[in-house]
Design a protein. Structure first.
Length: 251
């Protein structure tokens, strides 16, 4: 079986450094597209989605921070790992990038082996996150057969519809019970009403993503189907007595 190469977009305005990084990444079996500034890369991103983006912080026309904030607004780039390269030793500058949501940064001068390790690490984390909470395909038949494990069946439905707003009536229909029976079953097994159970199920998933290394609050809200960061943050704080940001700081 032919292995599909990892596609990397490199954005670096220093020609000598860019050529060196490009050559070494290609030798490491990565497929690399190299751009000299953020505007060139942004144009490329309109029709192409790489596996990972590595960008210098300080560049003409559009710097790495501006590029990151711009593409993170696009749904298809929500889960693309982004690594910043910087020669700026100022801790506040580096912390700001992490606060923005970049996955990692590399200080210049650096050893390319360090970059390759970090690339492999963030890609492994991305794959682990993608594999988390992915349920097996199911039908109404399998739901009916699994009624002996009611909560497990309910969780499968919620996981499949994690990012969408599924109506309670629809959940009840999939479980072959009435809406009132659904609420009674959940209260009996969890001491929660259906709305609370769904909300906390989504928040538990967000916590799993945070524990796996995800730090982007907007991404967490989107992945768990909350319609705004403020609602997500309020719900999270009510559930864990800490805001998402404060919870992340404790890890």
């Amino acid at each position: 079986m032919i292995k599909t190469p990892i596609k990397i977009v490199l954005i670096e305005d220093d020609i000598n450094l860019g050529e060196s990084i490009l050559e070494l990444l290609v030798l490491a079996d990565f497929e690399v597209q190299w751009f000299k500034n953020g505007l060139e890369a942004l144009d490329y991103f309109h029709n192409n989605t790489p596996d990972i983006i590595i960008s210098d912080l300080m560049m003409p026309l559009m710097n790495g921070e501006e590029l990151f904030l711009k593409i993170r607004k696009l749904d298809k780039f929500n889960t693309i790992p982004f690594i910043i390269i910087t020669a700026n030793a100022n801790e506040e500058v580096r912390y700001k990038q992490l606060e923005n949501g970049v996955n990692d940064y590399i200080m210049k001068p650096f050893i390319v082996k360090e970059m390759i390790f970090k690339i492999n690490n963030v890609l492994a984390l991305k794959k682990q996150i993608e594999n988390t909470f992915i349920p097996d395909p199911f039908s109404k038949v399998t739901i009916k057969l699994s009624e002996k494990d009611f909560i497990s069946s309910l969780n499968s439905i919620l996981a499949v519809n994690m990012k969408s707003k599924i109506e309670i009536v629809e959940i009840a229909n999939l479980l072959h019970v009435s809406k009132s029976t659904l609420d009674k079953k959940i209260r009996k097994r969890t001491d929660k009403n259906i709305t609370q159970y769904i909300r906390e199920f989504k928040l538990d998933y967000a916590i799993k993503l945070i524990n796996l290394g995800e730090r982007n609050i907007q991404f967490l809200a989107d992945e768990t189907g909350f319609n705004s960061i403020s609602y997500f943050s309020t719900s999270f704080k009510n559930y864990k007595t800490k805001s998402p940001s404060d919870y992340i700081k404790t890890l």
